[in-house]
Design a protein around this ligand. Structure first.
Ligand SMILES: NC(=O)c1ccc[n+]([C@@H]2O[C@H](COP(=O)([O-])OP(=O)(O)OC[C@H]3O[C@@H](n4cnc5c(N)ncnc54)[C@H](O)[C@@H]3O)[C@@H](O)[C@H]2O)c1
Length: 332
């Protein structure tokens, strides 16, 4: 039987970000007491939680996972930790790789050590399909080899290993969620779907892009969040690494054509050398096998790509939302 969230004290790190803000909201709606970590900054910005109508029902804490003392305080009296805070942009990891190790590897170590010390009941660490690199076979299941094709991927492989070592060495109840490409309202502009939708919504006639031939397994953000919650509702996922994917492969080019059709746009796409990745760094094929998630939790994503894109387009088409994006520059 699945656990319920009513009255449970949960911690979400990265709650200021794209997926974390949606997850924190979903947990409030499910009845949990949510402690939401937002990254400390002197502007007192809470990221996307600044716009959330549910922020008033969260205990919002500003801090930084690179600080082990803060992580101990964060985990006090917490039942379940959802650890999402990370540096995630691949292009930025080419120029600032040290900060990826500090936040993703050391930050995860701080969090999992704190979870152990504070006797947290469940700990979910967030991995990424980027750890697999270009598919050696499809669909990619959890046995697929790791290939660090970017410093970002390498830092997540290190973070995953650190988290899992706590399960194996100390029985800390770690589960690794491995989402494939997630999209939806609030995604940062460095990713291809918000770049395209944001620019079309702001009326440009030409859009510069990197390589559009790679394929991806896109997941709507609400489905990724439900998948994470399902992982933490099942006792069978302790000590497991589990893909969260739609099991549907589509090329970036076909996704762009679908967006154009849904937005009734005749925008022109042109390739921009600045956006091309180094050849061996580009991940050409991602298609995630989600049978383990279904088998362990009974959960299966429900939003089709067309439905999810339409909801994303509706959100970006509201001027108040679009205002948060700098659509005229190359965002990394
Ligand atoms: N977006 C995707 O497609 C995708 C796919 C697979 C996995 N993931 C993983 O999901 C998680 C969330 O990603 P997202 O897309 O929401 O990214 P995001 O950048 O919107 O959110 C990450 C958040 O972490 C916070 N953060 C960064 N460094 C921090 C620090 N030192 N201390 C505290 N907070 C810090 C940032 O403020 C940011 O809001 C990440 O772990 C990412 O690797 C994302």
């Amino acid at each position: 039987m699945r656990a319920t969230w009513q009255g449970k004290q949960v911690l979400v790190t990265g709650a200021d970000g794209f997926i974390g803000s949606h997850l924190a909201e979903a947990l409030v709606q499910a009845g949990a007491q949510v402690r939401a970590l937002v990254q400390y900054n002197s502007f007192n910005s809470w990221g996307w939680l600044d716009q959330s109508t549910l922020a008033g029902q969260m205990d919002i804490v500003s801090g930084d996972i690179r600080d082990p003392f803060l992580c101990q305080t964060l985990c006090k009296d917490v039942d379940t930790v959802f650890h999402l805070a990370a540096l995630i942009a691949i292009p930025y990891s080419y120029i600032a790789p040290g900060s990826y190790v500090d936040t993703n590897v050391t930050g995860t170590l701080n969090m999992v050590q704190a979870a152990r010390d504070q006797n947290v009941r469940r700990f979910m660490h967030t991995s990424t399909s980027e750890t697999y690199g270009t598919a050696q076979y499809v669909p990619i299941d959890e046995q697929h080899p790791m290939q660090p094709q970017s410093p970002y991927s390498a830092s997540k492989i290190g973070a995953d290993a650190m988290a899992m070592s706590y399960f194996l060495a100390f029985q800390t109840p770690v589960t690794i969620a491995r989402p494939f490409n997630t999209y939806g309202p609030r995604q940062s502009a460095r990713a291809v779907i918000p770049t395209i939708i944001g620019q079309i919504a702001s009326g440009v006639s030409q859009i510069k892009l990197g390589d559009t031939s790679p394929t991806r397994d896109f997941n709507y953000v609400a489905d990724t969040c439900q998948g994470m919650m399902a992982l933490m509702e099942s006792e069978r996922t302790i000590g497991q690494t589990v893909n969260i994917s739609s099991n549907y492969e589509v090329s970036v080019q076909d996704t762009l054509d679908l967006i154009k059709r849904l937005m009734k746009s005749d925008v022109e796409f042109v390739q921009d050398a600045q956006r091309l990745r180094p050849k061996d760094s580009e991940v050409f094929r991602l298609w995630g096998d989600n049978r383990k998630l279904i088998e362990l939790t009974g959960y299966q994503p429900t939003t089709s790509l067309e439905q999810g894109l339409q909801q994303t387009i509706d959100w970006f088409s509201q001027p108040d939302n679009l205002k948060a994006y700098k659509t005229g520059i190359y965002n990394v």
